[in-house]
Design a protein around this ligand. Structure first.
Ligand SMILES: [Zn+2]
Ligand SMILES: [Zn+2]
Length: 255
C-alpha cells in the first residue's frame, strides 16, 4: 500500500499542512483538502473514490474543483463516500447552486459528475483492492476515521479528534497493523484550545501512542501551520523513534 499526503503549499513551506488529503495507491483519496490542486491533472483523473472524514473546510476545500477537473463524457465518475451527516452537509452548503452547481442533481442525467455513497461506521467498503473501514471519532462535527487494509497490512488514518481511544483500542492488537496516521494539531501551551476544538496536543498524542506496539510506524499529521514548529519540537522531545511527521509529497510504502 502506498500513501501520500497531497501537498497544499505554494513556494517555500512545502511541509506545511494547510489542507488535508491523502492518496492511497493513486486511485483512492482520503479527504479532498488539496486533491483539486494536485498536478499534473492526470493524477486527479486516476482517483476513483474519495472517502471524507468530515466537512471542515481544510478537508473538503478543493472537492468541488476536483469534480470539475475530472469531469468526463465517458461513464466513469468519482464516488464520494461519507456519512449521511457529511453528504447532507455537502448538499446543503456546497452543491446548492449558490456556492457551487448542484452536481448531485446534474448527475441524475448522464454523464454524471459524481456518485454519492453513504457509509456507516463499522461497515467496511471494498474498493480498488482495499478494504476501508470507517470508525466514528469525537470531533466538533460528525467525523470518521478509516482503517485501510490490503493483503499486506492495515494502516489507520485517524482524523480530527481529541479522543482517538476507541480507534486505537480497536487497532492496537491487530497483527497486521503497519502504521497509524494520528493528528497532533496544537502545541501543549494551547491545550484548552485543543480541547475546545477537539484536537490533540503532543502530550495527548503521547498518551495515545504509548498504547501502540513498538513495530508500528506513527505519522503525526494536521500540525496547524501557525504553530507547526512548536508542535514539531514537542513531538521530537517525546524521543520516540516511531514518530515521524507526515511529509506532504512523500510516498510512504507499506509492503
Ligand atoms: Zn475538523
Ligand atoms: Zn482538520
Amino acid at each position: 500500500m502506498k500513501i501520500c499526503q497531497i501537498p497544499s503549499s505554494v513556494g517555500d513551506g512545502r511541509s506545511q499542512q494547510n489542507l488535508l488529503s491523502w492518496l492511497v495507491n493513486d486511485s483512492v483519496a482520503i479527504d479532498a483538502g488539496s486533491l483539486g490542486i494536485l498536478t499534473p491533472l492526470d493524477r486527479q483523473r486516476l482517483v476513483r473514490h474519495v472517502f471524507l472524514t468530515h466537512t471542515h473546510i481544510d478537508h473538503i476545500a478543493t472537492l468541488p474543483v476536483f469534480l470539475d477537473n475530472v469531469y468526463s463524457l465517458d461513464e466513469h465518475c468519482p464516488v464520494i463516500h461519507g456519512s449521511s451527516d457529511t453528504l447532507n452537509c455537502l448538499q446543503r452548503n456546497i452543491f446548492n447552486d449558490q456556492v457551487w452547481p448542484d452536481f448531485v442533481a446534474l448527475s441524475a442525467s448522464a454523464p454524471s459528475f459524481v456518485k454519492m455513497h453513504e457509509i456507516r461506521a463499522g461497515s467496511p467498503v471494498q474498493v480498488e483492492g482495499l478494504t476501508i473501514t470507517p470508525m466514528e471519532v469525537a470531533h466538533t462535527v460528525p467525523t470518521l476515521s478509516y482503517l485501510i487494509s490490503d493483503s499486506n497490512g492495515t494502516v489507520a488514518m485517524i482524523a480530527d479528534t481529541s479522543q482517538p481511544e476507541t480507534v486505537i483500542n480497536s487497532v492496537r492488537n491487530l497483527p497486521d497493523l503497519r502504521a497509524v496516521f494520528l493528528e497532533c494539531s496544537f502545541p501543549d501551551e494551547l491545550q484548552s484550545l485543543a480541547e475546545m476544538s477537539q484536537h490533540q496536543t503532543p502530550q495527548m498524542f503521547a498518551r495515545q501512542i504509548a498504547r501502540l506496539p513498538a513495530h508500528v510506524e506513527i505519522f503525526a499529521t494536521h500540525l496547524k501551520p501557525a504553530c507547526d514548529k512548536q508542535v514539531q519540537e514537542q513531538l521530537e522531545a517525546l524521543n520516540d523513534p516511531r514518530i515521524r511527521l507526515s511529509q506532504p509529497g512523500i510516498t510512504y510504502v507499506f509492503e
